[in-house]
Design a protein around this ligand. Structure first.
Ligand SMILES: [Zn+2]
Length: 47
């Protein structure tokens, strides 16, 4: 089942867990360009 809000070919907003830096990336960034912390996709809600 496809999630219409998730398009892997589009640029998605990512946010750093550590410092809150927000970037847009086509692929899941490995780490924050600012602090090296873990990034999360803001389109995917966290519990
Ligand atoms: Zn960061």
């Amino acid at each position: 089942m496809m999630d219409p809000e998730y398009d892997p070919n589009a640029e998605n907003p990512y946010e750093c867990f550590m410092c809150g830096t927000a970037i847009e990336a086509r692929n899941n960034p490995d780490s924050c360009p600012n602090c090296g912390g873990e990034m999360r996709n803001r389109l995917i809600p966290v519990e």
